[in-house]
Ligand binder design. Structure first.
Ligand SMILES: Nc1nc2c(c(=O)[nH]1)N[C@H]1C(S)=C(S)[C@@H](COP(=O)(O)O)O[C@H]1N2
Ligand SMILES: [Mo]
Length: 250
């Protein structure tokens, strides 16, 4: 290898290190290190996350649409009907005895029936779902803002993330910014009716500022926590095993 090339490589390496060092310093200062920072794209993930959080610190809303813009066909992908036997029994009973378990770092761990979630003030929003697999669709979602449920159970000051589990074995997490975002819903309604099974009945998450895979369907349990590294494989989300970023901001 020529001296010139070696030197160029060294400069490139130093520049990359400086860039990721700056991102890391910024991220550390503001506590903006995503749980998957250690992987192949670690420095990039940290930079994206820190930059988006810096830009979005006032919490702007994702774009909302008009009724006449709602998609006629909204695809349903991956799990469309969970195999779980308890789930199927609850479904046969119109989810009357389905319950959402909310616990972890909260003052009052609670179980919520569907009808109890429906008694909270609701929010309806028409938004665009963007799937990482290259399609998008617009729908109207109705549900209770997650922040209202977290207010009722009382999150402890040390809480930093909210973990979500679903009946089909998915799990994922949000930081408090997205968990408390006004458009983050526990949605039980879609396009004016009940949330259909293929779209995650009885209750799914809507996370409008991130890609579709963060909007977990078929919710079963919510767990408030101060760390993700000791949960499951420590990456914060089931998708990390398939190469999906924990933070999927759009
Ligand atoms: N529990 C669970 N949540 C999930 C999925 C899933 O298979 N199971 N798929 C994810 C992906 S990749 C997308 S794009 C959306 C799809 O939602 P839809 O089936 O209502 O279109 O749900 C997300 N949430
Ligand atoms: Mo997706």
């Amino acid at each position: 290898m020529s001296k010139f090339l070696t030197r160029r490589r060294m400069i490139q390496g130093a520049m990359a290190a400086a860039a990721s060092g700056a991102a890391a310093a910024l991220a550390k200062r503001y506590d903006l290190i995503p749980p998957d920072y250690g992987g192949l794209f670690g420095a990039g993930e940290t930079l994206t996350y820190a930059a988006q959080r810096a830009l979005l610190h006032r919490g702007p809303l994702a774009r909302e649409f008009r009724r006449d813009q709602i998609s006629v066909n909204f695809p349903a992908i991956n799990t469309v009907f969970p195999a779980d036997l308890d789930y199927r029994r609850q479904m046969a009973n119109d989810f009357e005895d389905w319950m959402l378990d909310v616990g972890g770092l909260v003052e009052r761990p609670s179980l919520f029936l569907l009808e109890e979630l429906k008694r909270f003030p609701s929010r309806t929003q028409i938004t665009e779902h963007i799937c990482e697999q290259g399609w998008s669709a617009i729908a109207e979602w109705t549900g209770v803002p997650l922040s209202l449920v977290l207010d009722v159970v009382g999150i402890r000051p040390e809480a930093k993330y909210v973990m979500f589990y679903s009946v089909d074995g998915w799990w994922d997490s949000l930081d408090m910014f997205d968990a408390l975002h006004p458009q983050t819903l526990l949605a039980y309604g879609m396009n004016g009716g009940d949330l259909p099974v293929r779209h995650g009945a009885p209750v799914r998450l809507r996370v409008e500022r991130q890609l579709g895979y963060k909007s977990l369907k078929f919710l079963s349990r919510i767990d408030v926590t101060d760390r993700l590294d000791d949960i499951e494989d420590g990456t914060g989300a089931v998708g990390a095993a398939y190469g999906y970023s924990w933070y999927a901001g759009i």
